[in-house]
Design a protein around this ligand. Structure first.
Ligand code: PMP
Length: 401
């Protein structure tokens, strides 16, 4: 008799479980629009050319060893990652007020940042948008923070509930932490405009709310690395403090390498140094130090002018393909005369469309059309291709009529 016989079967992860169900489906027309991973027009995973090149360089470098990295990871990677998100000319970087630590992709960066805040920050409450990426509340709760929500998405307009957002942040307790999606909000694909960001910034600074940016899609939303970092840079430009979690999963296609970074922008270099010393104490008992391979790939690309520019071209091509899928899907629904206004498919940005389909309609599409997506009606546009758009449009049409 097992000492674990009382252990009950846990439910599948709501997002990753979609792939589990998809893999079990023998249908030749099945389509996985659940997990946010980029696929080519042929429906295949993509390893960027520039990543292949960087990896080849690493393999050819006989001097490379597999020693442990320091607790905070590869120093050059950290420096270049901070430059990527805050901008090469960021005063915060020039004034050495930023500490950056390499973490296990976006998720690990969020977790380390949250554990640090739970230990050292005077406010334990973090506000997350409603809705948000399903893992956010779990990561923050387990790190010791208490999670509350602020209004974000308005189902009626399939856009931003800006008034609700301002009201909720306005009535948050002074000092509360606020999780902000830097761009390409997941799952809604709805971002504030720059003017709205500016209002959010003013409100948050006046109420001393602490911004914690989740940047999982820099370059993926608009195709421009700088444009997609605008929100973060506005908050750094005012001289205030903030945190930022970066992921290279999507924008370099390094999903499985688990490469990301946490940056904490502080008021002074002295504070930043002390914060970094405490981040090490968070990381050491968690996983000692991060993996070397993915960070070496990223550093090789970010440091080299030619590889960097090749990367931006490949990144833009991925973003453009996603945008073109939005237009194709919208056109296909219009061509079918599918009832409803589908313009939000084009207006929303990033990897996902928040279709507005309800869980019953999603179940119908999975059962009758073998199309897999999360039950909130979110579809990954990156999993779509010209060949599969008609099938999806047929399914949506049937689901709503
Ligand atoms: N934040 C958001 C909003 C995301 O969508 C994701 C990826 N789905 C992540 C963080 C983290 O992903 P990863 O840990 O793979 O970098």
């Amino acid at each position: 008799d097992s000492v674990f016989s009382h252990v009950v079967q846990a439910p599948e992860d709501p997002i990753l479980g979609v792939t589990v169900a998809y893999n079990k489906d023998p249908s030749p027309v099945k389509l996985n629009l659940g997990v946010g991973a980029y696929r080519t027009e042929e429906g295949k995973p993509l390893v960027l050319n520039v990543v292949r090149k960087a990896e080849q360089q690493l393999v050819n470098d006989r001097a490379r060893v597999k020693e442990y990295l320091p607790i905070i990871g590869l120093a050059e990677f950290n420096k270049l990652s901070a430059k990527l998100i805050f901008g090469a000319d960021s005063p915060a970087i020039q004034e050495n007020r930023v500490t950056t630590v390499q973490c296990l992709s976006g998720t690990g960066s969020l977790r380390v940042g949250a554990e640090f805040l739970a230990k050292h920050y005077h406010q334990r409450t973090i506000y997350v948008p409603l809705p948000t990426w399903g893992n956010h509340p779990k990561v923050f709760t387990l790190a010791g923070l208490s999670v509350k929500t602020y209004r974000y998405y308005d189902p009626a307009t399939r856009g931003l509930n800006f008034q609700g957002l301002l009201e909720d942040l306005g009535s948050a307790p002074a000092g509360a932490i606020v999780l902000l999606h830097a761009c390409a909000h997941n799952p809604t694909g709805v971002d504030p405009t720059l003017q709205q960001w500016e209002q959010i910034r003013q409100l948050m600074r006046s109420k001393k709310l602490l911004p914690f940016f989740d940047s999982a899609y820099q370059g993926f939303a608009s195709g421009s690395l700088d444009a997609d970092a605008q929100s973060v840079r506005m908050f750094v430009a005012d001289g205030g403090e903030c945190l930022a979690a970066q992921s290279y999963a999507k924008n370099m296609g390094l999903y499985g390498e688990r490469v990301g970074a946490l940056s904490i922008v502080c008021k002074t270099a002295d504070v930043a140094g002390k914060v970094e010393s405490q981040l090490k104490l968070v990381i050491r008992p968690m996983y000692s130090n991060p993996p070397i391979h993915g960070a070496s790939i990223v550093a090789a690309i970010l440091r080299d002018r030619n590889l960097y520019s090749e990367w931006t071209i490949e990144l833009k091509a991925m973003a453009d393909r996603i945008i073109s899928m939005r237009h194709q899907l919208c056109d296909a629904l219009r061509a079918r005369g599918t009832p409803g206004d589908w313009s939000h498919i084009i207006k929303q940005i990033g990897m996902f469309t928040f279709t507005g389909l309800n869980s019953k309609q999603v179940t119908f599409m999975t059962k009758e059309y073998h199309i897999y997506m999360t039950s909130d009606g979110r579809i990954s546009m990156a999993g779509l291709s010209s060949k599969t758009v008609p099938h999806l449009a047929d399914a949506i049409h049937a689901a709503v009529t």
